[in-house]
Structures are given as structure tokens and as C-alpha cells.
Design a protein around this ligand. Structure first.
Ligand code: GDP
Length: 447
């Protein structure tokens, strides 16, 4: 028998109401020990008003929701106690529940049980987490589609297509003597595999957009000291979050903020001026800046219109050449001394507030933000799923080239089976315990 688990499911802190959730076979037995009513024979999906009692003392006035297995989130008996939201009261009620036979749930354990008991699959579990973390309307809508199982259905449909091809091949291998079975040849399955290829490519493209929708775009602002990095961040954020000063090297810490362009969250990071320096504190900042170049989805490099280009800047320009980047020439209100022509550079003056919109438009252009299809939001959005989709596509590519090379049909079948397995991993049809622990540990407590 599984342990009965309990946790506070609402946010910690003072609020009007807190929810303590209990799941498992002993849920009803436990609530009966601390509630002034016996819920043993109460109907499922009912709410009961009463008191939580310890040794005759009323601890709190509560509403208890009773949901009996199997029609519950975890498919187990679930009790939810709505108690008053003070920290002391909430902890006291939880303590009582634990002392009467429940174990404190691990983060994500309710959802993990929902998965292990077949109530949801892995993409739906991801959907729950994304919904909790959603910061924009689009991201929320996408998470709901994931939670509703629309995404799982797309994957399941692909798997069904694969099974159809595979079973046709198998019948041919196993019963070659049957004359009324259509003979499967590499040529006859080529169009079907090609169709799979097309569908997978389409889902991957959409899923990458989905990742942007969910996680946003990470943008790093880099450049020599004093070119206007902090000023640009401030202007974009329209608030004074970064320190703006004309003493070189004062933006030592990385300062960041978020803006929303076309419904997509952009996390903008202002780095310390990148340059060789002996100052230890500043060096730390400089190293961070190089990290940002490697990890950001987009680099905005600022040059000063009023100064000559330096060796360091030329080096930086070559470092970001192969990354998504925007070169911005700032201080166009001052005399032009910059002796470098940069194609596609955006000219701005933060002082005069000109050119800022051009930067936003360029970001939209680079990530096709205006073309992200927000109507059909049934796609996978996490790195794990996207990487599995890409592996599946690789398998299909191998399969296509094996067909072209006239490889034996059983080799082709093997490719298709491997692809079927990889797609299964996305929805959690095939999984390892470590993977499941890893995925659910990212959830918050009580979920
Ligand atoms: P950072 O070191 O790159 O972060 O540069 P800051 O944002 O701290 O700006 C350095 C100095 O340049 C400050 O005195 C700003 O007011 C000034 N500055 C920023 N943008 C402009 C601009 O467009 N024109 C002029 N004239 N000065 C600017």
C-alpha cells in the first residue's frame, strides 16, 4: 500500500484561506481522527463544514472537501482542508494530519501519483507546471492545451501512424505466403515515412516557438563601459533599475528586467563593460558577461557613435558574429567619430529617445514574434520534449535514407520502432524512475 501523503497546497504566508491536501488510502481515516464529523459514509465530491479538534480543543473552523477514489486528481482518496490562512493555524493543522498517519509529500508528489496512476501523462504534467509558472496570456493558454491532453493526442496520433506502418511490415515478414496481403516494399512505405517527417518537422518548429512563449527570450546587452548599456536597459524597462553613471565600470553587477514584446517575455540583462581589467570585482562581472554571450538567445551590442572603435570591440564583434545579435550605435546626438561601418546597425540616441522602437522591431523580426501562431497553441514547450522530438526526426531521416539505399525492410522497421519508442518517452509511455523523480522534483510543494 502507498503511503498517505499530505502537504500545504496553497502559497505559504498569511492569507484568508490555506489548503491542506491529503491523498492516499488513509485520507478519510485521518480526517475522521481530527474532524468533528465522521466522513466514512459521506458521499464523494462533497464539502463539509466543521471544526478541527485536538484533545477537545478547537484548532480551527474549516471546510473539508471529500473526493473518493478513483475520480480524483491522484486516483486515490483525497481530502482537502480549507482552513484559515494564518501561518500558525495552517502549520498546526498540517502537523495534526501528519501525526495521525500521513507523511509529508515531496515536491510534485501529488502530480507524480496522478502520472503513475495513469490519470495524466508526462506532457500533461508539464502542462500543469507551465500553467503554474505562466507569466503571459499566451503561455497560460498554451499550458491549458497541454494539460487538456491536446499535445499528447498529437504525439499519440504520430505513434499510431508508425504502428500502422510497422504492423504492415511485420505481416509481410511473418506471413510472406499470404497472397491477399499487399506486399510492403521500401517504395510503398516511402510516402508514409515522408509524411511523418513533414509532421515531425512542423511540430518541432512550433515547439521551439512554444519554448519561447513559455520561457521567454534571454537578451544580453554588452559593450564597452560608458556606451549606454544601463541607459538602454532603463529605457527599455522604463524604470530606474540599473545604475546609470558616467564613471567607467560602475555597472558591476548584472542588472536585469523583463519587457513583453508581442506577448513574449524578454528577459534583458545588462552586463558589466567587457574589457580586460585587474580589478577583481570588475573581473567577476566581466566573466559573467562572457557567460551571457554564450547563454543568451540574443546579444545587443552597443557602440558609441562619439568614439573610435577599439580592438576589444572588434574582438567582441567577432565573438558574437555567429549568434543572434543586434548592433546598436548609441549617442547619435553627438558628433560621429565612430570609424566603422556596420551593416544593419540600428542608430539610436537614448538621450533624445530615438531609435528605441527599431530595436523592439528588430527583436520581433529575428524571432518572428509576430508570426508565432497563438491560435494553435498545442505544442510541446520544454527542452526534454523538444530534444526527443529532434531525436525522433533523426530516426525518420535515417529511415528515409535507408529506404533510398534499398536497405532490407527489417532495418527500416527498426528505425521506425526506435522512433516510436522516442515519441513514447515524450508522453511517458516508456520511462525510468530517475527521469520521473527528476521531472516531478521541479514542482512546488503540495502540487
Ligand atoms: P554603461 O556603462 O554602458 O552602462 O553606460 P551608461 O548607461 O551608464 O551611460 C554612460 C553615460 O552616457 C551616462 O552619462 C549617460 O547619461 C550617457 N548616455 C547614454 N546614452 C546617451 C546618448 O544617447 N547620448 C548622450 N549624449 N549621452 C548618453
Amino acid at each position: 500500500m502507498e503511503d498517505t501523503i499530505a502537504a500545504i497546497s496553497s502559497a505559504l504566508g498569511v492569507g484568508a484561506i490555506s489548503i491542506i491536501r491529503i491523498s492516499g488510502e488513509k485520507s478519510i481515516e485521518i480526517i475522521n481522527k481530527i474532524f468533528n464529523k465522521d466522513l466514512t459514509y459521506a458521499a464523494s465530491h462533497t464539502i463539509h463544514y466543521g471544526h478541527i479538534i485536538e484533545n477537545g480543543e478547537i484548532i480551527d473552523e474549516v471546510l473539508v472537501s471529500l473526493m473518493k477514489a478513483p475520480k480524483t486528481f491522484t486516483k486515490e482518496d483525497i481530502i482537502e482542508i480549507n482552513c484559515h490562512g494564518g501561518i500558525n493555524t495552517t502549520n498546526k493543522v498540517l502537523e495534526l494530519v501528519l501525526s495521525r498517519g500521513a507523511r509529508l509529500a515531496e515536491p510534485g508528489e501529488f502530480t507524480k501519483r496522478a502520472f503513475l496512476n495513469g490519470r495524466i501523462d508526462l506532457t500533461q504534467a508539464d502542462g500543469i507546471m507551465n500553467l503554474i509558472e505562466a507569466k503571459t496570456d499566451i503561455s497560460r493558454k498554451m499550458s491549458i492545451n497541454q494539460l487538456n491532453g491536446q499535445v499528447s493526442n498529437i504525439i499519440k496520433e504520430l505513434r499510431t501512424n508508425l504502428v500502422n506502418i510497422i504492423s504492415n511490415i511485420e505481416v509481410n515478414i511473418d506471413y510472406p505466403e499470404y497472397e491477399d496481403i499487399e506486399v510492403v516494399t521500401s517504395d510503398s512505405i516511402y510516402p508514409q515515412v515522408l509524411k511523418m517527417h513533414e509532421k515531425l518537422e512542423n511540430i518541432i518548429k512550433k515547439s521551439e516557438d512554444g519554448k519561447i512563449i513559455n520561457e521567454g527570450i534571454k537578451i544580453g546587452i554588452i559593450g564597452r563601459p560608458n556606451v549606454g548599456k544601463s541607459s538602454l536597459l532603463n529605457t527599455l524597462l522604463e524604470e530606474e533599475k540599473a545604475i546609470v553613471t558616467d564613471i567607467e565600470g560602475t555597472t558591476r553587477d548584472i542588472v536585469e528586467g523583463k519587457i513583453i514584446i508581442n506577448g513574449i517575455v524578454c528577459n534583458i540583462i545588462d552586463t558589466a563593460g567587457i574589457r580586460e581589467t585587474d580589478n577583481v570585482v570588475e573581473k567577476l562581472g566581466v566573466n559573467k558577461s562572457y557567460d551571457i554571450i554564450n547563454s543568451a538567445d540574443l546579444i545587443i551590442m552597443i557602440l558609441n557613435n562619439n568614439e573610435k572603435i577599439t580592438e576589444e570591440e572588434l574582438e567582441l564583434l567577432s565573438k558574437i558574429k555567429n549568434k543572434n545579435h543586434i548592433i546598436v550605435i548609441n549617442k547619435t546626438d553627438l558628433e560621429n567619430k565612430l570609424n566603422l561601418y556596420v551593416k544593419d546597425a540600428i542608430k539610436i540616441s537614448i538621450k533624445d529617445n530615438t531609435g528605441i522602437e527599431d530595436i523592439k522591431n528588430r527583436i520581433t523580426e529575428i524571432f518572428n514574434l509576430d508570426k508565432i501562431d497563438t491560435f494553435d497553441m498545442s505544442y510541446l514547450s520544454n527542452a526534454r520534449s523538444i530534444s526527443l522530438l529532434k531525436k525522433s526526426l533523426n530516426k525518420i531521416n535515417e529511415c528515409l535514407s535507408n529506404i533510398k539505399d534499398d536497405s532490407p525492410i527489417d532495418i527500416i522497421e527498426l528505425d521506425l520502432k526506435e522512433c516510436w519508442n522516442l515519441l513514447g518517452e515524450i508522453i511517458g509511455e516508456t520511462y525510468t524512475d530517475e527521469l520521473i523523480d527528476e521531472i516531478f522534483s521541479r514542482f512546488c510543494l503540495g502540487k
